[in-house]
Design a protein around this ligand. Structure first.
Ligand code: NAD
Length: 404
């Protein structure tokens, strides 16, 4: 511990890290602790909006927020640098350009795409991971359309968009594409029938977190808008031309190939030698890393057990923000020798968008929503997230108000 006051270092300014920092500022006086927030970029981004950035249905700048606009740099030391390793024996974090010591650490470094070692996936497929990787996808799709009519040898496959994995990310992404592609066809004088949007899923169904009725609605809505959904079709390889799928090794060709087949916690966890379960750190009920007194791990980096359902909680922004509340309370408790609180998730429901004006959701203790009502609810959820980060001012600046 430093001579004057304990140093709390928060790694990552996603939903988990940014909310922790905000709550710490509310709970602790400047005399009680020094707070440091480390983030790779000088901005936070709404990771649940990335599928829209990737499809090109929103501007990337709408999905990002300057950290110094929502965290007072006079009260928190902001360090913009990438974490490469955590050395917990020395209570030190190694960054690309410097090192930083801590007394208490909050690891909230978010997710990375997980390709499960599928051959060629890392080399040939795009992934929706952050602002830059998502923007690259929308730019690539637009480039395929822009060059189509000026090609000497027309390659119809170049317009196809292939998406691997029909979980939350895959389905929300193809939903946006169903809105975006007609706009691109109009802009570049291309017949909509020349473009295929194909979502390939290994499991016998899409969106396993929703009940059958909502899943059937989502599937029908997407198919009606020209998305081809292929279930029971495991991808075994990705080549420069597309995916190799199923037992008969069918090659599905496309000019744009995106992998949305799963995520894992930040690779910093493994590089730091932490014990991992499915790429994440096991935490105790007070959200501290097992066996550690001064390290909390939250958001997509942590494996938090849901005792009631006997499985881990699925990672969501909602979960990350609630974890952040408990971590800030527990850090304050540690500094004042009070007992720590256990994390209990208060599930307010889940809504998946299927483009700008459609969606499905389970909210308020299993009340089901579909269509425009779900899409409207999704916008409420997204605007609420902005409100929690930066109040009304941020909602007015970045919020989603476009009519259907
Ligand atoms: P996921 O793991 O939820 O879904 C991946 C899908 O890819 C699965 O359906 C899986 O069967 C399929 N898949 C895996 N390997 C395959 C293969 N070889 N061939 C074909 N299909 C394959 O991943 P995700 O959608 O990125 O979501 C990750 C987590 O983040 C989930 O827990 C999700 O609920 C959460 N999430 C939440 C939100 C939100 O709340 N707004 C948004 C996105 C993601």
């Amino acid at each position: 511990m430093s001579l004057n006051k304990p140093k709390i270092v928060v790694l990552g300014a996603g939903y988990a890290g940014l909310t922790t920092t905000k709550r710490l500022l509310q709970k602790l006086s400047p005399e009680q602790a020094e707070i440091v927030l480390v983030n790779k970029h000088n901005y936070h981004y709404e990771s649940t909006w990335l599928h829209e950035v990737a499809a090109g249905t929103i501007n990337p700048n709408q999905a990002r927020v300057m950290i110094s606009d929502v965290i007072n740099p006079n009260k928190v030391r902001l360090v913009y640098d990438a974490v490469t390793k955590i050395n917990k024996d020395e209570q030190r974090v190694v960054l690309e350009n410097s090192e930083i010591e801590y007394d208490y650490l909050v690891v909230a470094l978010g997710f990375e795409s997980n390709d499960f070692g599928i051959k060629g996936m890392a080399e040939h497929a795009f992934a929706i991971e952050d602002i830059d990787s998502s923007r690259l996808i929308s730019e690539h799709i637009e480039y395929q359309f822009a060059k189509y009519n000026s090609q000497e040898n027309v390659d119809d496959d170049s317009l196809n968009i292939l998406v691997g994995g029909a979980g939350f990310t895959g389905i929300e992404f193809v939903g946006e594409l169903a809105d975006r592609i007609p706009e691109l066809c109009k802009k570049y004088d291309i017949d909509r029938n020349k473009v295929s949007i194909i979502n390939v899923e290994a499991a016998p169904s899409i969106l396993p977190m929703f009940d059958k009725e909502l899943v059937a609605y989502a599937k029908q809505s997407l198919e009606d808008r020209g998305v081809e959904i292929r279930i029971g079709a495991p991808i075994s390889e990705c080549t420069p031309e597309g995916f190799i799928v199923g037992d008969d090794k069918e090659l599905i060709k496309a000019g744009t190939v995106v992998w949305t087949g799963g995520v894992k916690g930040s690779s910093v966890l493994g590089a730091s030698g932490f014990e991992l379960t499915k790429g994440k750190v096991n935490v105790d009920s007070d959200l501290r890393m097992q066996g550690e007194e001064n390290i909390f791990v939250i958001g997509d980096c942590s494996w938090v057990w849901n005792k009631k359902a006997d499985r881990p909680y699925p990672p969501t922004g909602q979960l990350a923000m609630q974890e952040a509340d408990v971590v800030a309370a527990n850090l304050s408790a540690l500094l004042t020798n009070q007992p720590l609180t256990d994390f209990v998730f208060n599930d307010k429901g889940t809504v998946a968008s299927l483009g700008m004006s459609d969606g499905i959701g389970n909210v308020f203790d299993d009340y089901k929503l579909q269509g425009k009502a779900a899409a409207a609810m999704k916008k409420v959820v997204d605007n609420r997230s902005l409100f929690l980060m930066g109040g009304t001012k941020l909602v007015l600046k970045k919020g989603k108000f476009r009519p259907f």
